[in-house]
Write a protein that binds this ligand. Structure first.
Ligand code: AP5
Length: 242
C-alpha cells in the first residue's frame, strides 16, 4: 500500500470509527507461510489491538528456558503441535494481562477444535467483544517456497523473504540493524510436516467458524500491502450482530 492510500484509509476510518473497532477479538487462520505474522502487526497497529502470536510466545519461552519450553521445544523442532492444555494455559494467562483489555489479534491460535472450544471458555469474561475470524488463503504450492526463504531479525522478529522481500543489506534488518536468522523449524522437511498437520488439525476450524457465521476468507497470494487492504475492508464492516 503506498503511503497516500494508507493515509486515505486511516482518515476514512477516523471519520467512521466506532467503539466496536477497538474492543474486539480477531483470529487469524492460515497455513505456515500464509502471511499471518506479516499481517497481524499491521492490523494490530490499525485498531490498537495486542498482537498475540503463540509461535512467538513459545519461542520466547525457549529463549528463557522455562518449564513450558522443556516440553514444547522438541515438538516445535519437529514441526509438531504443542498439546492443547499447555497452549490454553499460556493463552489464558496472556489475555488476562492489562495490555489485552482493548482486544487482541490471535496469530496461530487456535489450531485445533479443542483449542477453539477452550478459547470460548477462557474468553467468557470478554463475551461482549466482536469476534472476527480471517482465513488467509494461499495455494499450497507457494507455501514451502515462502517459508524456506523467510528470515527474521534476531532482536524483534521483523520478517523478510530472500525472494519476495529481501533486506537492503544482506543478513541485516532494515529496521533495527540486528542480524537476520532462519528459524530452526523452517527447514523444508519440517515445513512440509507443519503443512500436513495444518491440513489435518487446523483446516477443520474453517468449517467450525463458518458454521458460527464468523469466518471471512481473504486471498493472500498478492503482495503483502494488497493483502492488508483486503483484510481492512473486511474488518471495517460492522458485524451484523452489533
Ligand atoms: P508459528 O510461529 O505460529 O508458525 P506457523 O503457524 O507455521 O506460521 P508461520 O510463522 O510459518 O507463517 P506465517 O503465516 O506467520 O507467515 P509469515 O507472515 O511469517 O508456530 C511455530 C510452531 O509453534 C508450530 O509448528 C507449533 O509447533 C507451535 N505452535 C504455535 N502455535 C501453536 C498452537 N496454537 N498449538 C500448538 N502448537 C503451536 O510469512 C512467511 C514468509 O512469506 C515470509 O518470508 C514473508 O515475508 C513472506 N510473505 C508473507 N506474505 C506474503 C505475500 N503476501 N506475498 C509474498 N510473500 C509473503
Amino acid at each position: 500500500m503506498n503511503s497516500l492510500d494508507f493515509q486515505n484509509l486511516r482518515s476514512a476510518q477516523g471519520r467512521f470509527a466506532a467503539p466496536w473497532y477497538q474492543s474486539r477479538t480477531i483470529i487469524l487462520l492460515g497455513p505456515p507461510g500464509a502471511g499471518k505474522g506479516t499481517q497481524a502487526p499491521r492490523i494490530a497497529q490499525q485498531y490498537g489491538l495486542k498482537h498475540l502470536s503463540t509461535g512467538d510466545m513459545l519461542r520466547d519461552n525457549i529463549h528463557r528456558g522455562t518449564d513450558l519450553a522443556k516440553q514444547a521445544a522438541p515438538l516445535i523442532e519437529r514441526g509438531e503441535l504443542v498439546p492443547d492444555n499447555l497452549m490454553l494455559g499460556m493463552v489464558q494467562e496472556r489475555i488476562a494481562q492489562p495490555d489485552c483489555k482493548s482486544g487482541f489479534i490471535l496469530d496461530g491460535f487456535p489450531r485445533t477444535i479443542g483449542q477453539a472450544r477452550g478459547l470460548e471458555e477462557i474468553s467468557s469474561p470478554y463475551k461482549s467483544r466482536a469476534t472476527t475470524v480471517l482465513n488467509l488463503v494461499v495455494q499450497p504450492g507457494l507455501l514451502v517456497r515462502r517459508v524456506v526463504n523467510r528470515r527474521i531479525c534476531r532482536k524483534s522478529g521483523h520478517i523478510y523473504n530472500l525472494v519476495e522481500h529481501p533486506p537492503t543489506h544482506s543478513g541485516v534488518c532494515d529496521i533495527d540493524g540486528s542480524e537476520l536468522i532462519q528459524r530452526d523449524d523452517d527447514k523444508e522437511t519440517v515445513v512440509r510436516e507443519r503443512i500436513y498437520l495444518y491440513e489435518r488439525h487446523t483446516r477443520p476450524l474453517v468449517d467450525y467458524y463458518s458454521a458460527q457465521g464468523l469466518l471471512h476468507e481473504v486471498e493472500a497470494i498478492c503482495n503483502p500491502d494488497a493483502v492488508t487492504v483486503s483484510i481492512l475492508k473486511v474488518l471495517n464492516t460492522k458485524p451484523p450482530t452489533l
